[in-house]
Ligand binder design. Structure first.
Ligand code: TPP
Ligand code: MG
Length: 288
């Protein structure tokens, strides 16, 4: 599997930084919304929308597109930011996030926003929807894949495990489930509230192929997704170890930033930190 060129990595890191800034601005402007999950998953969304996924932003209904199913709908600010920057809709529309009448609601609505694939918000449903789509793709001998993005907290929903059984039984190797293993949920750590470990072995015992990666490292995400695409006869779970709130010092690994309104000055500090990081990335870029 060829590594991504250093130049490409830097470009994607800069894009992820831009998406993170959008997340902060959107949530600050709306005075509500989620930050921890979206910031932690920014590198994965960047990779999928700008490199890993076969899709056409100007033709969201293109029948051969890979499907990205966002099961943990509350992290949609990062999906909206990735969709806007990749060309699904104008970047300025991000300002309407969570406003009355907007296509960009606090949880995604399929019928309002072409390309959003499903409506989500009630946790635990996305893997079942994804498995159904992947099964249909197999029946029609289609080449497209389903990328199901799900969170660790969602594993508390029974339906997710039913879908794991179904996908394992039917050997859905066109299904890649990426788990945001950030160890937090709404009011604490997953291991305090409902322990999930050993999660890898649980997937494996349901007949899944498991790959682990650093979900905040573009090269490692690339390795995981490329390896997943080579697997036959099993659905694939990528356990992506991410840092919730990644990129903003006071948010990282603090479950309270699952979602909470910004106090005065906090959003500005977050943007300043992200801009400083972008400056460092550009300087590295210029040197290499
Ligand atoms: C069925 C259902 N139950 C409860 C909720 C409320 N809820 C929203 S997010 C969340 C935490 C889930 O954990 P996780 O997705 O891991 O949170 P994150 O890592 O994004 O902070 C909960 C309980 C919901 N949306 N759906
Ligand atoms: Mg979580």
């Amino acid at each position: 599997m060829p590594h991504l060129h250093e130049k490409k990595i830097k470009e994607l890191e800069l894009t992820a930084n831009t998406l993170r800034q959008h997340v902060i601005t959107m949530v600050a402007e709306a005075k509500s919304g989620h930050q921890g999950g979206p910031l932690g998953m920014a590198d994965i969304f960047t990779y999928l929308y700008f490199h890993g996924m076969n899709h056409m932003p100007k033709k969201p209904d293109w029948s051969e597109r890979d499907r990205l199913i966002l099961s943990n709908g509350h992290i949609c600010p990062i999906r909206y930011a990735a969709m806007a920057e990749s060309g699904y809709f104008p970047v300025k529309e991000l300002k309407t996030f969570r406003k009355l009448g907007s296509r960009l609601q606090g949880h995604p609505e399929r019928t309002r926003l072409p390309g959003s694939e499903t409506t989500s918000g009630p946790l635990g449903e996305g893997l079942a929807q994804s498995a159904g789509m992947a099964y249909a793709g197999k029946m029609d001998s289609k080449k497209w894949r389903v990328f199901c993005l799900t969170s660790d907290g969602e594993h508390e929903a029974g339906l997710h495990w039913e879908a794991m059984l179904f996908a394992g039984k039917n050997r859905l190797d066109n299904l890649i489930c990426i788990v945001d293993r950030n160890n937090i949920q709404i009011d604490g750590t997953t291991e305090d509230i409902m322990p999930l470990e050993p999660l890898r072995q649980k997937y494996e015992s349901f007949n899944w192929h498991v790959i682990e990666c650093n979900g905040n490292d573009i090269q490692d995400i690339h390795r995981a997704v490329e390896d997943a695409k080579k697997i036959h006869q099993k659905p694939i779970c990528i356990l992506a170890h991410t840092i919730p709130g990644r990129g903003v010092s006071y948010m990282e690994n603090n479950y309270r930033w699952h979602s909470q309104p910004f106090a005065p000055g906090e959003a500005e500090q977050a943007i300043a930190e992200l801009k400083a990081h972008a400056k460092r990335l550009r300087a590295d870029h210029a040197r290499s």
